[in-house]
Structure formats: C-alpha cells, structure tokens
Design a binder for this molecule. Structure first.
Ligand SMILES: NC(=O)c1ccc[n+]([C@@H]2O[C@H](COP(=O)([O-])OP(=O)(O)OC[C@H]3O[C@@H](n4cnc5c(N)ncnc54)[C@H](OP(=O)(O)O)[C@@H]3O)[C@@H](O)[C@H]2O)c1
Length: 250
C-alpha cells in the first residue's frame, strides 16, 4: 500500500472518464485503478496515463458488468488492495430508441447497462465505504433521466433509475464520511454521440465536462449538471405542463 489518493474508475475507457483521470493525474500523483470489460482497451488508456504521470500507480482490472457475483468479486478484489477515496462509475451506452421499441432484447440491454449495472457497482463500493466511513461515490447519470421524452425514454428511464438510486444513497449516508455525487452531463462530444455530431448536434467539449466532474467531486457536490446551464434547462423541462410538453418534438 502507498499513501497516494486511491481513485477507481469503472468504465475507464469512457471519454468522459478518461479526461477525468487525466485531470486527477495533473493535480498530483495518485493510485488509479481502471476497470473495464476489455483488457486491451483498458491497457491502451493505462499506457497513455502512465506517460502523463510516471510517478502515479496505475492498475487495470477486467471485470463483468451485469452479473452481481462478478461485480461483487471485482469490487472486493479492488478494495483488498486498500481503501478507496473516490470511485467514478462512468460506463453506459446510448441505445437507439426505435430499436428499443422494436426489439425487447435491445430494450433490456439498455436498461441493464445504464441502470442496473451502475447500481450494482455503487452498492458494492457503498458496503466497503460504510465500514470505513470514508470515500466518495460518483455516478454518471444524464439530463435524459430528468424527464421521459419520446426520443430516448428507455435510456432516460435507466438514467432516472440511477438518479433515484443516488438520492437514496445520499439519504443513507447523510452526515457520514461517505459522499455520493450524481453527475448529469448534457450532450457531450465523445464517441457515444459521434452520430449526433455528424447530424449537426451542438455538443459540449469533453474537457470542460470532465473538469466540472473532478471539481464537483472534490467539493462533495450532491448533483453536478455539466455544463451548468443544463440545470436551468432541465428545471424548465421538468416543470412544463403535459399539455405543452406533449406538443414538443424532443
Ligand atoms: N456523451 C454524452 O453526451 C453523455 C451525456 C449524458 C450522459 N453520458 C454518460 O456519460 C457516461 C460516459 O459516456 P461517454 O460519453 O464517455 O461515452 P463513451 O466514450 O462512448 O464511453 C462509454 C463507456 O461505457 C462502456 N460500455 C458501453 N457498453 C458497455 C457494456 N455493455 N458493458 C460495459 N461497459 C460498457 C464503454 O466500454 P468499452 O470501451 O469496453 O466499449 C466505455 O467505457 C455514460 O454513462 C453516458 O451514459 C454521456
């Protein structure tokens, strides 16, 4: 064990997560564990991060994302190497809404990857952090979880599950040494939204979104809208009466 800050990233090949990792390394040497489903892809990220911060400890872990026993085993193994200060749970995929309506398998996969899996990881870390009375769990939800919309309500439902779950965790750990942070990015320029970019969608630069996440976790913010303007946009969207909302093509 070393005395560096210990950070774990689940879904470490995510562009948002990778940029958060770069910022953490820039702020000082850390003990960073990168978790993903494909070891080759995680290794590629690890190699780049090691060049950026040779003095940091960078570990890689290949893990399952849906099976509760595999998630528990992965988290137990990570925690065995020492207590965790920050875990960022970042993985997710943006499904095609029409495909989710046509094929229940696509619908189930979208709900599992974006809803069930992050909850399993958070719950597994919460167990250890509760014992240590220390640590921060940051979950990446989405503005899409704030109100169901016809254009992406299956993804939105999964992210809404993460939102409600994070609220419950915040209630459970209120006043304790464990902090729960819910991140709600708006549309961000990453591989997940490459198809939207080619259709002309306006996307936030990933570097700025990552900066807000890293700073928000350090400040122990309960909710981070990134970019911040999405707080106002979604407050309006959430409060629109159905007779107005149902006429909107969003
Ligand atoms: N980009 C946006 O506009 C936006 C907006 C709101 C919220 N978000 C959320 O932000 C988070 C990060 O997204 P990103 O934009 O950084 O996307 P990204 O670069 O495309 O990364 C997606 C990540 O999810 C992992 N993943 C995808 N499907 C998976 C599966 N079935 N099992 C396990 N891992 C899986 C990928 O792993 P592999 O490398 O192995 O494929 C990768 O690590 C996600 O939770 C996303 O929903 C993004």
């Amino acid at each position: 064990m070393n005395n560096k800050k210990r950070i774990v990233v689940i879904g470490a090949t995510s562009a948002i997560a990778e940029h958060c990792a770069r910022l953490w390394l820039r702020d000082g040497s850390v003990d960073l564990t990168l978790v993903g489903r494909d070891l080759q892809r995680i290794d590629r990220v690890a190699t780049d991060l090691r060049v950026r911060s040779p003095q940091s400890e960078i570990r890689t872990v290949q893990a399952g994302f849906l099976d509760p026993a595999e998630v528990a085993a992965a988290v137990d193994g990570i925690v065995q190497a020492g207590p965790v200060d920050i875990v960022l749970i970042a993985h997710g995929s943006l499904p095609d809404q029409a495909q989710c309506q046509d094929a229940l398998a696509a619908c189930a996969e979208a709900l599992e990857v974006n809803g069930l899996s992050p909850v399993l990881y958070a719950e597994a870390f919460a167990k250890h952090m509760a014992q240590a009375n220390h640590g921060a769990i940051a979950l990446i939800g989405s503005v899409a979880g704030d109100r169901g919309r016809k254009s992406n309500y299956v993804y939105g439902a999964a992210k809404g599950l993460v939102t409600r779950y994070a609220q419950g965790l915040q209630h459970r750990f209120a006043g304790s040494g464990v902090k729960i942070v819910l991140v709600k990015p708006g549309p961000t320029d990453t591989p997940m939204t490459a198809h939207l970019k080619s259709q002309g969608a306006k996307l936030a630069p990933v570097e700025g979104v990552a900066r807000q996440i890293v700073d928000g976790i350090a400040a122990g913010k309960p909710v981070i809208y990134a970019p911040g303007k999405w707080w106002l946009i979604m407050m309006i969207i959430r409060h629109l009466p159905a007779f107005v909302f149902n006429k909107m093509n969003i």
